[in-house]
Write a protein that binds this ligand. Structure first.
Ligand code: NAD
Length: 280
């Protein structure tokens, strides 16, 4: 049940992953990053989403260590995700990339390691490396990001293990019906990135109307819609009042009708790159 900030979904391998977490894309190394991550953990957040390409794994790691020491939160209660970048996709290079991320974070395991983008001809070898890390007990769960149905099918044809998570762009303007249905029916946990469409949904009249109706903010309406759709969500903020606001999602429920109204905003509109046309 998604009834509190630390509620979890159970991945296909039995590992528990929080429904809610903090994203740190575009947050540079420095005290602002460390303070935001620590503040979130102090407020009850347990899941932090970073990536090698964000260039902030060292600060995230510092914040985690300080939170563990200062707030007495055991490492096992935290859920830390990172991702292997495109230039490191390959069997050996992905194994090395994992060590590099661990070293920067100062951790001895990750809870979830993802292939960041489905670079053709490279992601299969990278998946084999993730399977090795998993089988060796180095990582609790493995998954992918930005995978379309055809990418997932390709991996699943050769994989020993199915991806446990697929993290994709998802918000009311991009509801990803096809890939979500595929993930739901194959036991792959669906996770939203840019759930707030990078701040571009706050003036939407319909969402504003719903915010008034429930006496909530637009951000809270959207994030609650994620949870009620069975979607893990990781909004980014470094502002303390927003870190608190975004996590206050557990004392109200959207009606079925309002859920449908939000989903009807879909325009298949992306703010990030199209996984079928990546040139980076
Ligand atoms: P987001 O949709 O979470 O929006 C963040 C923006 O909204 C920020 O500018 C923030 O200031 C603003 N904001 C946050 N809460 C607010 C509130 N309550 N009121 C008003 N404004 C608010 O965008 P994002 O950072 O792109 O996505 C979230 C996370 O997803 C990232 O930090 C990252 O961890 C992950 N991500 C993954 C990928 C991928 O390819 N796997 C790509 C992009 C992002």
């Amino acid at each position: 049940m998604t009834n509190n900030l630390q509620a979890t979904t159970t991945l296909s391998n039995g590992v528990k992953m929080p429904w809610f977490g903090l994203g740190v894309f575009k947050v540079e190394e420095g005290p602002e990053l460390v303070n935001a991550v620590k503040f979130a953990i102090k407020q009850g957040y347990r899941s932090i989403d970073t990536a090698a390409i964000y260039g902030n794994e060292e600060g995230v790691g510092q914040a985690i260590r300080e939170a563990i020491n200062e707030y007495g939160i055991p490492r096992e209660e935290l859920f830390i995700t990172s991702k292997v970048w495109n230039s490191d996709l390959g069997y050996d290079s992905t194994l090395v990339a994992y060590e590099t991320s661990l070293n920067k974070l100062g951790l001895d395991y990750l809870d979830l390691y993802l292939i960041h983008w489905p670079v053709e001809d490279k992601f299969i070898e990278a998946w084999r490396a993730l399977e090795t890390l998993y089988k060796e007990g180095r990582v609790k769960a493995i998954g992918v990001s930005n995978f379309q149905v055809h990418h997932l099918e390709k991996v699943m044809q050769v994989a020993v293990l199915k991806p446990m998570v697929n993290q994709v762009e998802y918000h009311p303007m991009l509801t990803q019906a096809e890939v979500k249905a595929f993930c739901d029916s194959n036991g792959i946990q669906f996770e939203a990135w840019s759930p707030l469409m990078q701040g571009q949904l706050f003036d939407n009249p319909l969402l504003k109307e719903l915010a008034n109706k429930y006496n909530k903010s637009v951000a809270q309406i959207i994030l609650r819609w994620d949870l009620q759709n069975g979607v893990v969500t990781i909004p980014k903020s470094i502002k303390e009042h927003r870190i608190i606001e975004n996590s206050n999602l557990f004392n109200f429920e959207l009606t079925r009708e309002d859920m449908d109204i939000i989903s009807s905003l879909n325009e298949n509109h992306r703010v990030g790159p199209d996984p079928d046309n990546i040139d980076f």
